[in-house]
Design a protein around this ligand. Structure first.
Ligand SMILES: *Cc1c(COP(=O)(O)O)cnc(C)c1O
Length: 422
């Protein structure tokens, strides 16, 4: 599929008068259309709910848009719980899916009435000791081990993942939780990441539904919800076909009707915890070309760096690039597009075919709406960019200002930089 930027050169030239590059900008219209399509795709399930994975894009303005479509939040840390709390989300709107969890996070999550999704068998005792009881509603994360395959092709390797209960632990865990007073049970699993296929969720659902039927039979636990978690991916590359959420919803529906309904479990709610799928395509990192360098290769240096988008440096991830105003020019140059970190992996693109780039050009780095800004770090003393929202009416709203040196130095109570600079 052709990848088109949702901003034009003219728009960016206007935006930078107020908000200089680099910045992340999000497309409200795209976020809304997608959230609506997700809701419709699962409307066959009465209890359906999406808990947006906050870690993907922890910005209250964006999460509030999703909330209009019934989405809650999926939190994994204290500060993510704080954000949900500050947004006024209620307990039933919050899923707490964490691992290696500190005690104070269980305390906070239970105080908020969030649904706690336990990552490990030993956390049953840890939770009980920490908060003094086992909540009536509780969920456990499942990890069957081995490889996750669809049609004999390996999608991911849960056997190598740190998360979740083994099958045996899950059966035992449900029994123990029931004895300790739990009444409403959930199962959660995240077995493959960034899947660009309509088959992942239906296959995962099938496995979890079959497991749920066995669990109810053997343990007597009343399973109220099955959480398919994240993992629906997006087409980062132009040659990839986007997932069709309607087809995915129908695939899960079919498995539901074939497995849960005949087992008398037709009232089970389906939950999702999508992050990437909800926001990824609706974010751009916009950056300006500062330098060109001709040495052993052709380099284009921009004013963003891996501190603003870590995925290429961290995973060698592909992010599509559009040179604004040159959308229709031939891709007859080969460049490495780099940031300024003193790290040779600080490259947004390597050997990328692009149109001829000139100093001052604006470049859009696509699909940065999830796991983009959020992974930002401050290496080399590089600061986080601003976040902007392109509203449906075409106006632009600042939804997070750029970091300034004062923010970077804020934790030096013991070495007050600004006192010393006076
Ligand atoms: C990261 C994460 C998600 C979201 O994953 P995506 O790939 O962004 O959809 C959901 N649930 C949990 C527990 C996660 O850690």
């Amino acid at each position: 599929m052709e990848k088109k930027a949702f901003v034009t050169k003219d728009m960016v030239e206007d935006i930078v008068k107020k908000y200089p590059t680099p910045f992340h900008i999000y497309d409200e219209k795209g976020i809304r259309e997608n959230a609506k399509a997700l809701k419709e795709a699962f409307s066959w399930n009465k209890g359906y709910k999406e808990f947006f994975a906050v870690k993907a894009t922890p910005n209250p303005f964006l999460i509030n848009i999703l909330h209009e479509y019934g989405c809650g939040t999926d939190c994994s840390s204290y500060t993510e719980l704080m954000l949900s709390d500050a947004m006024g989300l209620k307990g039933e709107d919050i899923m707490f899916s964490s691992n290696d969890t500190p005690a104070e996070e269980f305390v906070y999550a239970s105080k908020l009435g969030a649904t706690i999704n336990l990552d490990d068998f030993t956390h049953i005792d840890f939770l009980e000791k920490t908060i003094g009881y086992i909540p009536e509603t509780i969920s456990c994360r499942y990890n069957p081990g081995g490889y996750f395959e669809i049609a004999n092709s390996i999608m991911d390797n849960p056997g190598d993942a740190k998360y979740g209960f083994t099958t045996e632990q899950l059966f035992e865990g449900f029994k123990v939780l029931k004895e300790k007073g739990a009444k409403n049970f959930g199962i959660h699993a995240f077995l493959a990441s960034n899947t660009v296929t309509n088959d992942y969720y239906p296959e995962l659902a099938r496995q979890l539904f079959e497991l749920a039927v066995k669990l109810e039979k053997e343990t007597g636990a009343d399973i109220k919800f099955i959480n398919l978690s994240g993992g629906i991916g997006i087409p980062y590359r132009p040659d990839q076909e986007p997932n069709d959420i309607k087809v995915i919803g129908e695939g899960v529906h079919k498995a539901f009707d074939e497995i849960l309904v005949p087992a008398g479990m037709g009232d089970v709610a389906i939950y999702t915890e999508l992050g990437r799928f909800m926001m990824g395509p609706y974010g751009h990192l916009v950056t300006k070309v500062l330098h060109e360098k001709h040495t052993h290769k052709e380099y284009i240096g921009v004013d963003a760096c891996a501190a603003n988008l870590m995925r290429p440096a961290m995973y060698g991830a592909y992010h599509h690039i559009t040179v604004l105003g040159k959308e229709n020019e031939p891709l007859d140059h080969t460049y490495d597009v780099t940031g300024s970190l003193c790290e040779n992996n600080d490259k947004f693109a390597i050997d990328r075919k692009l149109p001829k780039i000139d100093i001052g050009d604006y470049i859009v780095i696509h699909d940065t709406g999830a796991h983009g800004f959020a992974m930002g770090y401050n290496y080399n003393g590089r600061l986080w960019s601003s976040e902007l929202l392109l509203k449906e009416d075409g106006s632009v709203q600042l939804i997070r200002r750029a970091q300034e040196p004062k923010d970077y130095f804020a934790t030096f109570d013991c070495f007050p930089i600004y006192e010393k600079l006076k």
